[in-house]
Design a protein around this ligand. Sequence first.
Ligand code: AMP
Length: 144
Amino acid sequence: MSLDGTYDDGNIFAKILRGEAPCAKVFEDGEVFAFMDVFPQAKGHTLVIPKHSTGRNLLEVEPQALTPLILGVQRVTRAVRAALNPDGIMVSQFNGATAGQTVFHLHFHIIPRWEGVALGRHGGGMADPAELKTLAEQIAAKIS
Ligand code: AMP
C-alpha cells in the first residue's frame, strides 16, 4: 500500500481496539492503547497506537492525536526499560509498504535491545501467547 489511500477500519489494530481480535494488552488511557507485538523482533517488543485516529501513518495523523500518542510512547518505553532492563531501546515507525509498513493504522514500535543479541526479523516468528501475556503484565506493572 502506498503512502496515499484511505483508512480501512477492518485492519487488525482497529479490530483489537474494538475488542474483536485478541491481544496481550499492556496499557490504555483515553487516547492510546499499548499491546505486545505477536511477531516480536525482540523480547518485550511493544506497540503503541492512537485510539481515535484514522491516520494510516505519521503523515495523516490528526495533529491533536500526536501529543498524547508520543507521550504514551514515552511512558510505555520507560515501563519497558523498568521491566526488562535492556541495554538500549529502539523506537520505530514505518510509513508505506515500501518502508516496511504492514498494518495501516498508525503505530510506534518499542523494541528493547541487549548487547550481543541480534535484532529479529520484521514479521518473523509468532510468539507464545502465554509468554506475551507474562511480558505484558511485567511491563504494565511498571507503568507510572
Ligand atoms: P508494521 O510492519 O510497521 O506495519 O508493524 C505492524 C506490526 O504489527 C508488526 O510488527 C507485526 O508483527 C504486528 N502485528 C501484526 N498483527 C498483529 C496482531 N494481531 N497483534 C499484535 N501485533 C501484530
